[in-house]
Write a protein that binds this ligand. Sequence first.
Ligand code: ZN
Ligand code: ZN
Length: 320
Amino acid sequence: MNFYCRICCVIVLFYSPYAWSQKAVQSIFKVIPLGVKGGSDESNLSAYMLAVEGTNEYICLDAGTLNYGIQKAVAAKLFNDSASSVLKNFVKAYLISHPHLDHVSGLIINSPDDSPKSIYGLPHCINVLKDKYFTWQNWANFADDGEKPVLKKYHYTILTAATETAIENTSFSIRAFALSHGNPYQSTAFLVRYEENYLLYLGDTGADTLEKANNLQLLWNEISPLIKTKKLKAVFIEVSYPDEQPYNQLFGHLTPALLMQEMDALAKITGTGALAGFSIVITHMKPSGSHEAIIKKQLGVSNKLHLKLIFPEQAKLLKF
Ligand SMILES: [Zn+2]
Ligand SMILES: [Zn+2]
């Protein structure tokens, strides 16, 4: 290849529509799962660190497992820092979907070694942290409200549903939407925004049909325009049990069939084409017996919409 051909190649490579389209799909968000399971294994419970690419300003979506997950992330070279420093300096805020122990135990146990920051949640969630956990009978009160004396390490930020709130010390804003999690108990979906890019994280949730609720339908109405315009990069949603789990023992959770029923409801608004290849991250599988393998198989078989199903692993980086 002579000199002029080489120059041509370089020009074609950098200025072709292909090169531009490649640039357009560069990832915006990075997620480090600190824990992914929905029970039993206390070293691997729901917690996801989320930051904009190129920054170390993370929010932590739920906080079931913190220290062990961060240690594994450090060992996997996702951070060039000590686990203690990652917790103190890189985790800027907690967003808690609901106060079940598998979503908050890491936060409570690690609170003596944490740095001051805010905990964001809807009233139903913050009230339980305040009245049931950060009380002196249960644990020292590291928060800035509730039973006295208050140590004021954590600031409770009570969210108003559907209202955008900026997350301090980050470039993120969020909107929270109530979910039904074993009616009348509630959980939360967080729609996280960075500029014009979005990521949706759902805490534990049941299906609308079984919960006798319309929380998920309302959420699908909310996000469908963002899917159609490709601004929403991924949805994190739970599938706790295989399809064999009896309905009266679901305790406000989803199965593969119920997830796909909800995805069909979403597809009715977006059109089926919009969901092909769309990233759905499956969280909160309950790990008893061979349930995880069965859930994966059932989801694969029933994936008529051609969703891009992603099964997160502890300390394995995800990019969207
Ligand atoms: Zn849970
Ligand atoms: Zn729960």
